[in-house]
Design a protein around this ligand. Structure first.
Ligand SMILES: *Cc1c(COP(=O)(O)O)cnc(C)c1O
Length: 205
């Protein structure tokens, strides 16, 4: 996945022309402003990968084809209603805060919040639960992220073994520009790469 946040529509079109089809954006408003300039790329997939406030769920459901940062039942409720309105199915990933950092979003692994989400899944007919996503604590050394990637994979395996209704666990979204090789070694099925594709972001986020 090419993470195109902060980059203008013309750079995204250039990446598309170069063969990229899956894009990640982290802000509803920013993507809303660019979306009109990105019409006519039929097989492009737009993923929301940033924290999503429930009051922006309906705008997100309109703009994005997938939400990789689901982190509460409340958000799932809003997103499901919005997806029903839009007459579409939205694939979702549950975002896990594997490092337990206060500054990061995502549900705490093995918490009641995760259980609530997993058990509520069958109620959300317009959402397709596909797997897990994480942003580990930053470390200069890519190998520093390895234990967190491994932990996410183990959590995924544990959930998958339960064969819960409405839950599939095929996707493990982990790894960014500085650590995607390590993430792939630990089982990532989707790396989210921004800087290594588009260069430094114009605005630090
Ligand atoms: C910005 C961002 C990325 C990409 O980060 P890079 O270090 O530029 O590759 C990946 N995932 C999320 C959730 C992001 O917000």
């Amino acid at each position: 996945m090419a993470v195109s946040k902060t980059h203008p529509a013309e750079r995204i079109r250039a990446a598309y022309a170069g063969g990229i089809r899956v894009f990640g954006e982290n802000r509803v408003q920013e993507f809303a402003a660019k979306a009109e300039s990105l019409l006519g790329l039929p097989d492009a997939e737009w993923h929301m990968i940033g924290h999503l406030q429930s009051n922006k769920a309906s705008k997100a459901a309109e703009l994005f084809g997938a939400v990789d940062s689901l982190d509460s039942v409340k958000l799932a409720d809003r997103l499901n209603a919005a997806a029903e309105n839009e007459n579409k199915k939205i694939p979702v990933l549950i975002e896990m805060n594997v490092g337990g950092e206060k500054s990061k979003s995502g549900v705490a692994p093995e918490s009641l919040d995760v259980e609530d989400l997993l058990l509520a899944a069958p109620r959300f007919g317009a959402l397709e639960f596909r797997g897990l996503m994480t942003v580990p604590p930053f470390s200069d050394d890519a190998d520093g992220a390895r234990p967190y990637f491994r932990r996410l994979r183990e959590i995924r395996d544990t959930i998958a073994r339960r064969k819960l209704p409405g839950i599939s666990m095929d996707v493990l979204s982990m790894g960014m520009s500085h650590d995607f090789e390590v993430a792939i070694e630990e089982g990532s099925t989707c790396v989210r790469v921004g800087t290594a594709i588009f260069g430094e972001r114009p605005i630090p986020l």
